[in-house]
Design a protein around this ligand. Structure first.
Ligand SMILES: Cc1cc2nc3c(=O)[nH]c(=O)nc-3n(C[C@H](O)[C@H](O)[C@H](O)COP(=O)(O)OP(=O)(O)OC[C@H]3O[C@@H](n4cnc5c(N)ncnc54)[C@H](O)[C@@H]3O)c2cc1C
Length: 407
């Protein structure tokens, strides 16, 4: 068995890749090993996903999925860097021998030793957003007859029909200035951290102009399990009927209710020996972290991205902001461990920028960024089509992601 200190990253998304890349550049190969474990054999750039399902325009499929082979640099291959290795495998449990030693167990039984652990396993989505774990399977799943449904050859009078939000907002509750609930008619409460109030204005008008039908005060229930699991795809001629009796053509259904939960089910009952790690599990399976992004119950275990129980919107912008804190603090911990001293300084995470950019095709959109406010009054400025399309709608940041992935 190797006597190197082992850093294990569970996840292959926004946080995991950034941290793996930064540590690979800085750690000494003679003293450390770094393993990034991911159950998918490709990175999914989620902001481009929804559009990719409804249009063949722009070949988004190839712009939002990237292999991991060159994440450690354009000149590297097979996901192998100086110190880091990408390994394919689903983590099914974690074993803990001490708070700085244990094993991560993969489906199939392989055990990988950890001294420092990062959990960055993101959220579980539903419908077509529950993507397969192999890129080769995605290709067949995405061969929807787009042109017939959304393109020029639209048949059966089906146009661009989408549902942005079903439900009439009757009140807004505020618990803090970055937390509260929007209450819908019927009592359903939807939590918010950033709230963009654009009723009947920019967002709705922009969508309706393009033929999107928005139903207020209505809902759809009883979606089939195959739809929720994302294995059904297009069903020609299908319709759905809302609770108020409106029948809609629905050849492709994409539920967009947000994440079902975070991917931490490999902990808890599945990891009986991981006592200090399980102690950080809180509501919805999230992990309780301090501002240093270490688990409150174990300083050798870090968490980042969607899995953390910080009171903030869980977005890729926040995930990226977590990574510099995690990297600096893992390095501080390793230095102290090497020198046999106490950790002198740990970086604290300061909440990253809040914002919402709602794209509407490639040329339109609406955006709010929390640093754009009207001086004195402090009201947010809502930005329109030109700036939103320049910053996000046109490219969906795909070019930057390609180069980040070394492709
Ligand atoms: C359709 C859609 C659009 C979005 N658009 C935006 C946007 O425009 N702007 C924005 O800021 N945010 C957006 N988000 C949210 C953003 O994508 C997430 O907040 C961000 O990806 C979280 O990063 P992460 O590293 O925590 O998790 P992810 O990037 O989801 O990565 C998690 C990784 O962990 C792996 N994994 C999970 N479980 C295991 C396991 N047991 N073993 C091994 N590996 C495992 C997964 O395969 C995956 O590779 C969007 C999300 C969706 C679904």
């Amino acid at each position: 068995m190797s006597n190197k200190t082992s850093i294990v990253i569970v996840g292959g998304g926004a946080v995991a890749i950034h941290v793996a890349q930064a540590l690979d550049k800085q750690l000494s190969p003679s003293k450390y090993s770094l393993t990034m474990l991911t159950e998918t054999d490709y990175y999914r750039h989620l902001p481009a996903a929804l559009r990719a399902f409804v249009t063949a325009e722009g070949d988004l499929e190839s712009q939002m999925t990237f292999p991991y082979d060159k994440i450690f640099g354009k000149d590297t291959k097979n996901g192998i860097g100086r110190v880091g290795t990408v390994q394919l495998g689903k983590v099914v449990s974690v074993e803990e021998k001490a708070n700085d030693k244990g094993y991560v167990v993969l489906e199939g039984g392989q055990r990988i030793e950890w001294n420092v652990l990062l959990i960055a396993t993101g959220s579980e989505w539903e419908g077509p957003l529950r993507w397969p774990n192999r890129l080769s399977d995605l290709e067949s799943q995405m061969t929807f007859p787009y042109d017939k449904i959304f393109g020029k050859d639209t048949k059966n009078g089906i146009g661009r029909v989408g549902t942005v939000q079903l439900g009439k907002v009757v009140s807004v509750e505020e618990k803090a200035n970055d937390k509260g609930y929007v209450v819908l008619e019927g009592g359903q409460r939807v939590e918010w951290n950033v709230l963009l109030i654009a009723t009947g204005s920019e967002v709705a008008r922009g969508l309706e102009d393009r033929g999107v039908v928005i139903l207020n005060g209505d809902s759809v229930t009883g979606l089939e399990q195959d739809v929720l699991d994302g294995i059904q795809g297009v069903v020609p001629g299908r319709t759905i009927t809302t609770t108020k009796g409106v029948t809609l053509p629905a050849e492709l259904i994409i539920p967009t209710r947000g994440s079902r939960r975070v991917n931490t089910t490999f902990l808890g009952d599945n990891s009986p020996s991981a006592v200090t790690i399980n102690a950080a599990l809180v509501e919805q399976g999230r992990l309780d972290v301090s501002r240093t992004l270490q688990l409150t119950s174990n300083p050798n275990v870090f968490a980042g991205g969607d899995v953390v129980a910080l009171n903030e919107a869980h977005t890729i912008v926040k995930a990226w902001a977590h990574t510099s804190v995690i990297v600096e603090n893992i390095l501080a911990l390793l230095t102290a461990r090497e020198n046999g001293t106490e950790v002198v300084h740990l970086k604290k995470y300061k909440k990253a920028m809040d914002g919402i950019a709602i794209t509407n095709g490639a040329r339109r959109g609406t955006m709010y960024l929390d640093f754009f406010t009207i001086p004195i009054l402090g009201w947010p400025i809502i930005l329109g089509d030109w700036i939103t399309s320049t910053l996000k709608s046109q490219s969906l940041s795909a070019g930057g992601i390609r180069s980040w992935m070394g492709q």
